[in-house]
Structure formats: C-alpha cells, structure tokens
Design a protein around this ligand. Structure first.
Ligand code: DC
Length: 225
C-alpha cells in the first residue's frame, strides 16, 4: 500500500494540499483532525471537559463514530448523525486539540488510522502521521507557514463559511493555543519526523506545494525500482 503523510500546524495548508494530491494520484484522502473533532463534539454534547482524562477515556472506548466516503468526500458520523459541518466551529477546534492531549484518545485514533492505511492507498493528514501513526509511510511531508499567514487562511475559511462574530485576533489566539497544546503533549506531539520533507508554504501557491510533493513522490517511487 502507498501512504503519504502530511503533517503540520493549523493553517499550514494541509487539507487543501492533501485534497489536491488525492485527486491527482487517485488515492483516498483521510483527514485525521476530523476524528479528533468528532471526539471533541461528543464531549461537548455530554458536557464533559475536553481535558478530563478519565471521562474522555470512557468516551473513546464507547464512541459510535464512523467515517464514510460519500462522492469521494469524507463524512464524519457521530451516533448515526452526519456531523461533518458541526465539527468545524472554533469551539470544536479547541476541544479537538484538548482531547488530542489524552493518550487513550490518541492510541485509539492511531489504531483506527493504521487499520485504514493497511487497507487503502492514502494521503493522510494530521499532526503525528509521519512521526507516530505511519512511521513507514511512503512519503512524509511537513508543512509550515508563519503564524500570521496561517491565521489569515483560517480566518478567510471561517468567513467564507458564514461564521460571524469572530475576529482575526480570535483566530490567531486560538491557533497559538493549539500550536502550543499540540506541540507540548506527552504522547505523539506535533513534530516533524526526521525523514520528513519540510515545505514552508507562506509564499507558495497551492499548485507549487502540490508540484513539490508530486515531484518528491516520483523520486521516492523511482528509488524503489
Ligand atoms: O487538523 P485540524 O485543525 O482539524 O485538527 C484539530 C485538532 O485535532 C488539532 O489542533 C490537534 C488534533 N489533532 C491531533 O492531535 N492529531 C492529529 N493527527 C490531527 C489532529
């Protein structure tokens, strides 16, 4: 099986790039952040603090979460409800970062992600894919960009989706919080795997980033022959 790991902080361009790669190569795109977001939504619904380790351990043990691909698009289902849109709020973003610090949550998510990669050729996007989930990924990419640029991209996305009552400063603060939280957790923090290729995307177009990844992928495949 072929796997491409795309990691990096929020707003580095991972989703956009991963989607384009998936289309170009005809392989499935799995957004692992959506899984953490779904766990966070469950915690919110149950009125559970997203940092409560004991309660979150129980939640992931029993969670009725399903990933379905509809017209090639990943949909997240929680208790049989399509929550794909509901998991995109700023509140869920912070919650997802918090639940992601809990080892029991991470181990369960990593197990599901590994099983997925055993069955499908995949471009898998997250924070710990190259460093922890798929240490033998065919290609590992680590995307970065300045905090300003990342906040700008996220803000634009939220506004385009019709989110109101949010300022650029709010988005920047949330991203800074998540960066710190995601990078400092004990198990599988956000980190560049030693063998990952780092691409700084601040001044690059999506096409330029995609081209770089496709080029590296072809080099990688050629090295196997
Ligand atoms: O990629 P995203 O913004 O949808 O991710 C939301 C949060 O989920 C992120 O701040 C940290 C957590 N996450 C994680 O811990 N590990 C992953 N592989 C993906 C996301």
């Amino acid at each position: 099986m072929i796997s491409i790991a795309i990691d990096g902080p929020a707003g580095a361009g991972k989703s956009t790039v991963a989607k384009a790669i998936s289309k170009k190569l005809g392989i499935i795109y799995l957004d692992t952040g959506a899984m953490y977001r779904t766990v966070a939504l469950k915690a919110i619904k149950e009125n559970v603090d997203s940092l409560d380790r004991e309660k979150l351990s129980n939640i992931v043990k029993n969670i009725n979460m399903e990933i379905r691909f509809i017209d090639n698009q990943q949909h997240m289902f929680l208790d049989n409800e399509d929550v794909t849109e509901k998991i995109r709020t700023p509140e869920v973003s912070i919650g997802a970062s918090n639940v992601g610090t809990i080892p029991e949550v991470r181990l369960k998510m990593a197990e599901l992600q590994r099983k997925f990669a055993e069955k499908h050729n995949v471009v898998m996007e997250g924070r710990d894919i190259g460093s922890f989930v798929l240490p033998n990924a065919t290609l590992k990419i680590f995307l970065t960009a300045t905090l300003e640029k990342r906040a700008e991209r996220r803000y634009k996305e939220l506004i385009e989706k019709g989110t109101t009552g949010i300022s650029m400063e709010d988005v920047k603060r949330d991203i800074e919080y998540r960066d710190k939280n995601d990078s400092s957790r004990s198990l599988a923090p956000l980190i560049k795997a030693p063998d990952a290729i780092e691409i700084e995307t601040t001044n690059l177009t999506v096409e330029e980033v995609v081209d770089k990844i496709i080029y590296n992928m072809s080099q990688r495949i050629a090295s196997f022959k």
